[in-house]
Design a protein around this ligand. Structure first.
Ligand SMILES: Cc1cc2nc3c(=O)[nH]c(=O)nc-3n(C[C@H](O)[C@H](O)[C@H](O)COP(=O)(O)OP(=O)(O)OC[C@H]3O[C@@H](n4cnc5c(N)ncnc54)[C@H](O)[C@@H]3O)c2cc1C
Length: 376
């Protein structure tokens, strides 16, 4: 039987999710990746699958669908994940007011969220900093994967369970209807999907130069506690995260909160810092992050930014036993017009899927299923 064939350029989460959806739609898929192994944004993130950050409707449903796919892949492969949920903490009256508002709004939408008092948090999550804590908003829907394991395991899953093969260390130099070029070698395919992440100049530079797209650089750190069995019990965020997610913009108290942050926490606002902590199956704690926007960045990380993140972290977590073991940065493309993705066709049977910003781990599986259904 002759299968329809598809090539996917890029083995980050967007490419993997697209390969999965194409394979399920009956295509024999080849993923072509320029690096020897995954090194892009998809292995540099927290691994937070984060429905709480997505607004009601299409995006929340897409996030919940992706969450289910992560669970299915994990259950098929034995890959680690944790249905840890998430907690947003309030240490100021205005943060607590916003959390209370959000709890009511989210509960009306049917989301699984609960307000927790400071004493309940102290009992259930003893590593959360108790000093000055007013309460928290706990949500059940967030899931954590370890991105460094998850991307490699998902690629292996696609090879072993679906009709997908991978060509690593192979840069696609050009794409046209029905073919991609690797140097002067031409590889034929019925469909080509370009999922090239932050490298949006190599293929279709003119298409991208006409889009409102930029890049975002984020600084991250990883800690290990000297207490080997220490578990934080959920993913934790501070008040600054409230001004970073679209789903929170409905809270009427948010504007005043943002004004206070702008007046009192200028360095945090300047570098787009909000502080989140995710713990992986080895007990390691991934902490970030900052958000700097531009076309190109200094390759160097700023110690000042890491100090700001750590100083905020100490206000929300008892991290006296934590030792810094790694720091790095990651870069993703970001749409400047509020769009949550780009899916377009620059030539017949050629598609670009990109621009998921800071939500690729949360949205890719659901989005790729929708886009492949629509276009393939
Ligand atoms: C620090 C950080 C934290 C984040 N935290 C989260 C989080 O917790 N939750 C969440 O949902 N999202 C998070 N994100 C966002 C998420 O990581 C990204 O949205 C996602 O990884 C983007 O995936 P991608 O496949 O588009 O890009 P990438 O992972 O960068 O993959 C693109 C791939 O394409 C390859 N490629 C490019 N051009 C070519 C070519 N011509 N030929 C062959 N190969 C090519 C590249 O080598 C690369 O491997 C975070 C991002 C960062 C940077």
């Amino acid at each position: 039987m002759n299968h329809k064939t598809a090539i996917v350029v890029g083995a980050g989460i967007v490419g993997l999710a697209t390969a999965r959806a194409l394979s399920l739609a009956g295509y024999k898929v080849t993923v072509i990746e320029k690096s020897e192994k995954p090194v892009g944004a998809s292995i540099r993130n927290f691994g937070m699958v984060w429905p709480i950050g997505q607004p009601e409707g299409l995006l929340f449903n897409r996030a919940m669908r992706s969450r289910q796919v992560w669970k299915d892949i994990s259950d098929s492969t034995g890959m680690w994940y944790s249905e840890s949920g998430s907690m947003h903490l309030a240490y100021h009256a205005d943060e607590w007011q916003v959390l209370q508002e959000l709890a009511a709004l989210f509960q009306q939408e049917g989301r699984q969220v609960f307000l927790l008092s400071s004493s309940t948090i102290a009992a259930r999550f003893p590593h959360v900093q108790q000093k000055g804590l007013l309460g928290g908003l706990f949500s059940n829907t967030e899931l954590i994967v370890d991105p460094r394991e998850a991307i490699v395991t998902t690629a292996a899953y696609l090879e072993n369970f679906l009709d997908v093969q991978f060509l690593y260390k192979t840069q696609v130099a050009n794409v046209e209807t029905g073919a991609v070029y690797i140097g002067d070698q031409k590889i034929l395919a019925d469909l080509v999907w370009v999922c090239s992440g932050q490298d949006f100049e190599t293929l279709f530079p003119t298409v991208f130069s006409n889009l409102p797209i930029t890049r975002c650089k984020l600084q991250m750190m990883r800690f290990k506690s000297s207490d080997e069995v220490m578990k934080i019990g959920t993913s934790v965020c501070g008040g600054l995260s409230l001004i970073h997610y679209k789903s929170f913009t409905k809270a009427t108290g948010l504007q005043k909160l943002e004004e206070r942050y702008k007046a009192e926490m200028q360095a945090y606002i300047k570098y787009g810092i909000h502080v989140m902590v995710a713990q992986n199956g080895n007990g390691e704690l991934t902490v970030g992050d900052s958000h700097e926007y531009g076309h190109s960045f200094e390759p160097f990380d700023s110690a000042h930014i890491n100090e700001l993140i750590f100083s905020y972290l100490k206000q929300m977590m008892d991290c006296s036993s934590w030792k810094l073991i790694q720091s790095w940065n990651g870069i993703y493309p970001k749409m400047q017009n509020g769009a949550t993705e780009i899916c377009l066709s620059p030539a017949t049977d050629v598609f670009i899927l990109n621009g998921l910003g800071g939500a690729g781990m949360t949205l890719s599986f659901g989005l790729a299923e929708e886009m492949v259904k629509q276009y393939a």
